[in-house]
Design a protein around this ligand. Sequence first.
Ligand SMILES: Nc1ncnc2c1ncn2[C@@H]1O[C@H](COP(=O)(O)OP(=O)(O)OP(=O)(O)O)[C@@H](O)[C@H]1O
Ligand SMILES: [Mg+2]
Length: 463
Amino acid sequence: MKRVVNQSISIRRRLLLQLLFVAILLSGLLYLSVRTVADSAVERTQDSILGAATIAIAEELRGGEEGVAVDIPYTAFSMLGSIGQDRVFYRITIGDETVTGYDELALPTEPLNGLTPLFYDDAYRGLLVRAAAVERSVLVNGKALPVRVIVAQTRTSQQTIVASLAERAALLGIGFFVIAVGLSLLTARLVVKPVSSLVEAVGRRGPQDLRPVQRPVPRELVPLVTALNGFMSRLSVALSRTETFIAEAAHHIRTPLATLRAQAEIALRQTENEEARQTIRSMIRSVDTSARSAGQMLEHAAVVFRSDQRSDEQIDLSLLVEDITESYEPSAEMKGVRLVCLPHAHDITVDADRILLEAALRNLIDNAIKYTPKDGLVEVSVISAEGFARLEVKDSGRGLFGAQAAQLTGRFQRGANVEDVVGSGLGLTIVKEVARSLNGRFEIVEREEGGTCAALYVPLRSR
Ligand SMILES: Nc1ncnc2c1ncn2[C@@H]1O[C@H](COP(=O)(O)OP(=O)(O)OP(=O)(O)O)[C@@H](O)[C@H]1O
Ligand SMILES: [Mg+2]
């Protein structure tokens, strides 16, 4: 069947993509926040050690008659040394004048607030350093002088700690992402599960199963299932009305036509007038044509209807062929045609709709008898060939006059060979429809020795 549903990206994939996007976002945020927190924690720790060392030096400043004396405490440097292999520089100034230490070390640009350290970044001799500065008044010669103590330290070990923390944050982010991917897959599967099981349950049904869907479904799917159930119940009503209509129409058309034909036959027998007899004969012919057309149209409608509502069963084709052939023996006899069912194997079985198969076979035998003259021969047989059962009806009739199957199987198409034979041109349309519905095929060819050979192929029952 042609696919008429426009397909877009699956719910599962859509959900998965969205969850993955969220997972990537959250993993990134996690990485950034862990890094930010770790960086500032490392910086604060180092600053507090640097600040403590600077204060410790400042507290050792002593005034006197001649100037400022400082006894740099060993503990100040051992504190800083505990952080790592960083280099430490210091500078003590009164105003802008260096008392001791490295006088290239930059002074703080902001005013200092006593022993509360001011921290700033600087570059000293091409090295990136972190500096802390405090200020203290020292009495020199009875005069209070502001003395500034600056201690700076390179940042190598801080950078090493930050790099190792960054690595851990990245690992944490990746770990989080992997777990999130696993959970996303699980979630996507769980969310789609009710939809998949509904689809599976509906898909498992045969085409004629129009019962409402009863299984519990999530609340979001209730409108869809309600609409589906409503549609199926309306379809079921419409189908049963169609079936009734076909059956009733067949009855109501055939019966009056049969009565009309019988009355015309009686009138023909009772009339001596040749002109009136001629008129009645053409009337009988018209009735035959109409009855044939009505019958074939209804049979075609029934076959089309049945094609969508197939009710397959295991059918032994040899028995079916024998039965149908037998039912045509009276009409063959009336026409003086010999109708035979050729011997065949008894295990050719197919899974098919019996009504469809019978309709096809009846039309093939009907044609063979119709288009074969008196004393002709019609042979019906069934064989199995390459996975298919081949139902064959051969006749010794007039042949097809070169017509091809494609022309003859069209609706209301009759061949140039029909002459006075009554027909509507729907018989082979029915056969073709049956072949299509049963996943088989139909062939009709002219026989070399004269006559026609029509064959319907139906897939054999898979064992
Ligand atoms: N066995 C046959 N021998 C010769 N011609 C055939 C044979 N079977 C079919 N045909 C040709 O194919 C045409 C189509 O056949 P089809 O059965 O569809 O229509 P029909 O027999 O004319 O009418 P009806 O619908 O009443 O059967 C026929 O009109 C005839 O020309
Ligand atoms: Mg026919």
